[in-house]
Write a protein that binds this ligand. Structure first.
Ligand code: MN
Length: 198
């Protein structure tokens, strides 16, 4: 198999009580795995099978006859990124170096938090809320379904999965509560810092 499911960076129960082991067992073990399996099936015996995940995403982006490959490749990338955006006892205010960048581009941490939450709860249907760097300027964006910042020329710094499968077992229809919890208890600011410095 060309594309593989990367290991989860923590135990299935590590994000409890905020995200249950039950959610992660389905979200990582079933959904993320399915995107990997589908991508391998769709690209086997094609030139795409030997390419990096990022190269596949950028190469098939916008091609109507390759939308299935794009959706599965982008969802493999999005989920691997999302797992690293969370950690046990995360969330809250970032370290001072990130905080100063957020204050520079959003005015205050509270404004950043409000805009991120608004993007996450206003994404109609399935998708993702993002903190991105747009040529060095931090911005909040949202994408539908599998779409992701790299196809818009943005560098992803942080994401929250707002597909129902990310929160329905724990929060049912209460997406705003899931997003509040993500912001207050789960964000891995060390990962955001790493993305900023690359
Ligand atoms: Mn998901």
């Amino acid at each position: 198999m060309t594309f593989t499911l990367p290991p989860l960076p923590y135990d299935m129960s590590a994000l409890e009580p905020h995200i249950s082991a039950n959610t992660l067992s389905f979200h990582y073990g079933k959904h993320h795995q399915a995107y990997v399996t589908n991508l391998n099936n769709l690209t086997q015996n094609t030139p795409l099978a030997g390419k990096s995940l990022e190269d596949v995403i950028l190469e098939v982006s916008g091609q109507a006859d390759k939308v299935g490959i794009f959706n599965n490749a982008a969802q493999v990338w999005n989920h691997t990124f999302y797992w690293h955006c969370m950690k046990p006892s995360g969330g809250g205010q970032p370290p001072s170096d990130i905080l100063s960048l957020i204050e520079r581009d959003f005015g205050s941490f509270d404004t950043f938090r409000d805009q991120f939450k608004q993007a996450a709860i206003s994404q109609f249907g399935s998708g993702w809320a993002w903190l991105v760097s747009d040529k060095g300027v931090l911005k909040i964006t949202k994408t539908g379904n599998a779409d992701l910042p790299m196809t818009h020329g943005h560098k992803a710094l942080l994401t929250c999965d707002v597909w129902e499968h990310a929160y329905y077992l724990d929060y049912q229809n209460r997406r705003p509560d899931y997003v509040d919890t993500f912001l207050a208890h789960l964000i891995n600011w060390d990962f955001v810092a790493k993305n900023l410095s690359v």
